[in-house]
Design a protein around this ligand. Structure first.
Ligand code: FE
Length: 240
């Protein structure tokens, strides 16, 4: 398997390129519009064929590159079921597997950051957690139908039940981390566990209270990003 983590330093977003090295089929997860040329060039240099542009959720902080990639390649745009993106070619359901050559990419419904969000278990050994679980943190839950109680439940009941050695690749990082493991997050993620008392979960109500009092500013691109992403990256009024 070819696996690359790509970074957009303007919005702190990770994009993942995953490919089967024998069939040369590839998928880009959470591509960023401003980075489409970088991604397209990398895919060409590696001799890959882009099959899918796959979204973990409808983003509020950046415009997806999937719309542009669909114009440049024959890739299919895939978004989580119930995501409000009328233009998507295909929706993916909880438990459904997208196959890239011999590599399975299994969707795990992980709402909380938004009401339609998927994590993706790749090759049974790593999970792309989108804006659900971050390294020592988690995605915000204060807009886009976010819900902290739901976030707590899906992380503690669905993500933390993956094997401890599963690698964790988040959708963003703001402090320079790149990868973690489920075991490490179950020990050290201060949003979900008591780091002073190994093996114990933070109380659900205290998580909700914490998340409801973060008082974060809106992402600078929210007003343009959400409507554009509901059109698969077409900015309103733009000709392409
Ligand atoms: Fe997000």
């Amino acid at each position: 398997m070819l696996f690359r983590q790509l970074f957009d330093y303007d919005t702190w977003t990770y994009t993942y390129l995953i490919a089967d090295e024998s069939t040369k089929e590839a998928v880009l997860v959470d591509p960023v519009l401003e980075k489409v040329e970088r991604d397209r060039q990398l895919i060409a240099e590696l001799g890959l064929t882009l099959r899918y542009g796959l979204e973990t959720h409808i983003h509020a902080d950046h415009i997806t590159g999937t719309g542009k990639l669909r114009e440049l390649t024959d890739c299919v745009g895939v978004v989580p079921e119930n995501a409000e993106a009328a233009c998507a070619d295909r929706h993916i359901k909880d438990g459904e597997t997208l196959q890239i050559g011999s590599i399975p990419i299994k969707a795990i419904a992980t709402p909380g950051h938004t009401d339609s969000h998927m994590a993706f278990l790749v090759n049974n050994d790593r999970v792309l957690t989108g804006d659900a679980l971050f390294i020592r943190g988690c995605g915000r839950t204060d807009f886009q139908s976010g819900d902290p109680g739901t976030m707590y439940d899906v992380i503690t009941q669905k993500i933390f039940t993956l094997p401890d050695e599963t690698l964790v690749y988040p959708g963003h990082d703001y402090r320079g981390h790149t990868v973690s493991t489920i075991g490490e997050e179950k020990r050290w993620n201060p949003r979900f566990v008591n780091v002073d008392s190994p093996g114990t979960l933070r109380d659900r109500n205290s998580f909700i209270e914490l998340m409801n009092n973060l008082n974060l500013p809106d992402p600078k691109k929210i007003m343009e990003a959400v409507p554009a992403n509901q059109q698969c990256g077409q900015t309103v009024g733009a000709s392409q």
